[in-house]
Design a binder for this molecule. Structure first.
Ligand code: ADP
Length: 414
């Protein structure tokens, strides 16, 4: 029997492990199942859905249980084996936040590559160690299955030197203290779809706004990233759910000198207690703020919209003009109210909102006469990783002793 190829995609955070399973079809990877294990250190839960959103598996371990990434992966491998009916797992693709300047495209990971990727832990201490842990575990547990790392930084490797540089003494750049940019897998996916909507957006000067819990914006010229609002770390640029975005470095000195805060306290403050949550004092969730009548919620939203507008002007300047803007991620894809405010503020750039299209969540939300077009394109970072992984291991399939089904049929949706 000829088995079809399947690819698993993992996105590991500090306390969660998100996964997607894709089956290779003639026109590319097709989603079979997705889900996550979360609260891995406190009260672990696992849930998976099929491609149409039906729950196909659920498990809770109870309070006080520590599952960790290793335990979660064990459960996931068993689940995947059940799901893989008629398929063999040819590779696992991993989202890895930092590839530094060295890894500018996806790479098959071996012990040497893993050691090289560990060098970037100090550049992304809250994400990189967790991204790498499942790779290390799977290299041991599934030695015949290629593990492929796909980087959030890689799409931005085309930035010109001037967009990369900080105005610091040169030795800092030599140590890797430069602007990298993140959310690259999202931007790459969105950029890869634009030709379906509009040739001018695909080939021209386009700003993509990835507005989710993490938020950034990217200037893309003819499909290549030339600037990002994020820099050395993913805390730069726009205010986010809980992150400050750009902050005068003098504020950090003040916190150290006058408030006696150490690096860890500042890290918690700027990554986890700031942004929409910090300004509103209510929530990091844009939906909650939009529903609130509290003036602090309005202030947080106003600040977010204002900063998006300023960054849009800045990125339009980096591009030398603007042909299109594209909204994506949780807020960008779903909030007509936020898009309306952002597009109205950008009228000076030549973009004109089509109110009805915006309210309907159409793909094109600008009027037909708008000089700059505006679009809503749902992102799909997992699919981008699956595509890269497939490409890297090749059509022949990379694994020598791939994981395949032990059971005859996939579990039916319940
Ligand atoms: P992450 O960065 O965690 O992947 P998402 O892209 O899922 O985040 O985006 C989460 C954000 O999107 C949250 O702030 C959430 O409130 C917001 N969001 C989702 N749906 C809506 C909506 N209908 N209106 C406004 N905001 C929304």
């Amino acid at each position: 029997m000829i088995m079809a190829d399947a690819i698993a995609v993992l996105n590991a955070g500090s306390s969660s492990l998100k996964f997607s399973l894709f089956a290779q079809r003639d026109d590319g990877p097709a989603l079979v199942a997705r889900g996550q294990a979360e609260a891995l250190q406190t009260s672990p839960r696992f849930a998976a859905k099929d491609a149409s959103g039906h729950v196909i598996a659920q498990k809770a371990w109870g309070d006080g249980v520590t599952l960790g990434h290793a335990g979660a992966l064990g459960h996931l491998i068993a689940f995947l084996r059940e799901q893989l009916s008629g398929h063999r797992l040819i590779a696992v693709g991993h989202r890895v936040v930092h590839g530094g300047l060295e890894f500018v495209k996806p790479v098959r990971v071996d012990d040497g590559v893993l050691a090289a990727l560990r060098k970037y832990v100090p550049l992304a201490p809250l994400h990189q160690p967790h991204n790498l842990e499942p790779i290390a575990l799977l290299l041991e547990r599934l030695p015949g299955v290629p593990q492929v790392a796909c980087f959030d930084t890689a799409f931005h490797h085309t930035h010109p030197p001037v967009a990369r540089a900080f105005a610091l003494p040169r030795e800092f750049a030599e140590r890797g203290v430069v602007r990298y940019g993140f959310h690259g897998l999202s931007y790459e996916y969105v950029a890869s779809t634009l030709h379906r909507h509009d040739d001018r957006a695909a080939r021209g000067r386009t700003v993509v706004l990835h507005l989710g819990n993490g938020a950034s914006m990217c200037a893309i010229a003819n499909g290549r990233s030339i600037a990002s609002t994020m820099g050395f770390t993913a805390v730069d640029g726009l205010p986010m759910g809980t992150r400050t975005g750009s902050l005068d470095p003098g504020v950090l000195l003040y916190m150290m000198d006058e408030l006696h805060m150490n690096a860890r306290a500042i890290e918690t403050l700027i990554y986890q207690r700031s942004g929409l949550l910090g300004v509103s004092g209510i929530s990091s969730d844009m939906r909650v703020l939009l529903d609130s009548h509290d003036p602090r919620a309005k202030e947080a939203i106003d600040l977010f919209v204002y900063r998006v507008g300023r960054e849009l002007g800045s990125l339009a300047a980096a591009l030398g003009g603007l042909d299109a803007i594209v909204f994506t991620a949780g807020i960008g894809e779903n909030s007509a109210a936020l898009r309306e405010r952002i597009v109205r503020d950008a009228a000076w750039l030549g973009v004109e909102l089509d109110d009805d299209a915006n309210r309907r969540n159409d793909a094109r939300i600008s009027t037909s006469g708008s000089r700059v077009s505006a679009w809503v394109v749902p992102t799909n970072e997992e699919l981008m990783i699956a595509r890269h992984t497939r490409e890297l291991v090749g059509a022949a399939g990379g694994s020598r002793d791939a994981v395949s089904s032990r059971t005859a049929t996939a579990r039916k949706p319940s």
